[in-house]
Design a protein around this ligand. Structure first.
Ligand code: NAP
Length: 228
């Protein structure tokens, strides 16, 4: 495929590495070339099959709007924009494109969502719950999109709204650690996912772009990763 990767940062660079290994042809665009989405005009996107975005919460919506309006399929890993999810879903529908997004493109994290969903039953049996998330000091959003997704999964599965808080830590170069702790008077349950490499996110994002080829519609990676 011919892929345009938006973002030359930590994760965008890992995506470029994985995509090159998987023999895709790449165009890589960073902040400088893409001020006001300048790199995303219909002409410049001409023969691109899909755009993969790992940029910042500040520019991601403008990137999405430009690519979707140009009729391009998109994989969005950037977090911090989900308040606009419904509007973007409608935009994708209107322009009849394909779109996959995720707070985490890691297979392990998506497995962790299912584990958390099962463990949520504890909240109906006098357990209290907390989510702890740790990331590197440069991360721009808090709490992490993944922590918010885990919280949503637990709330939906337990039927208990507002019972599980998120505590965020920003330190050193931690790639991403999420813990769910469930406590009762009698015992504690500890669940933990610890990312040791950004390649897990990158592989998921590139494989999502491959999966999206020839498809239309708005997808959450947690609903499609088993099909990869
Ligand atoms: N969904 C997932 O699996 C997953 C995994 C990891 C991270 N993330 C999310 O992905 C995002 C990026 O994370 P990161 O750790 O890679 O951050 P990062 O290292 O800070 O990289 C962000 C990059 O975005 C680029 N950028 C900024 N504005 C741009 C624009 N208008 N057009 C193109 N590129 C632009 C910057 O490029 P320059 O270097 O050229 O300035 C920067 O290198 C964050 O929102 C993070 O939460 C998601």
């Amino acid at each position: 495929m011919r892929l345009l990767i938006l973002g030359r940062g930590k994760t965008g660079s890992a995506v470029a590495e994985v995509a090159a290994e998987r023999k895709h042809r790449l165009v890589i665009v960073g902040a400088k070339e893409n001020a006001s989405s300048a790199a995303l005009t219909p002409e410049k996107l001409g023969d691109i099959d899909a755009v993969i975005d790992f940029t910042t919460p500040h520019c991601v919506l403008a990137n999405i709007e430009a690519c979707v309006k140009a009729g391009k399929n998109m994989v969005v890993g950037t977090t911090g924009w989900y308040q606009e999810l419904d509007r973007i879903r409608e935009l994708v529908k209107l322009h009849d494109t394909g779109f996959v997004y995720a707070a985490s493109f890691s297979i392990g994290v998506n497995l962790f969502f299912d584990i958390a969903r099962t463990a949520a039953a504890a909240l109906q049996h006098e357990y209290t719950g907390q989510i702890f998330e740790r990331h590197h000091a440069h991360k721009k959003d808090a709490p992490s999109g993944t922590a918010i997704a885990i919280q949503r999964v637990i709330r939906e599965a337990s039927g208990k709204d507002g019972e599980i808080e998120i505590i965020s830590f920003r330190e050193g170069e931690v790639i991403g650690m999420h813990e769910v702790v469930l406590e009762s008077a009698n015992d504690n349950v500890y669940l933990c996912h610890d990312a040791t490499s950004r390649r897990g996110f990158a592989e998921g994002a590139v494989r999502a772009a491959e999966w999206l080829a020839g498809k239309k519609g708005f997808y959450d990676f947690k609903d499609v990763w088993r099909e990869l």
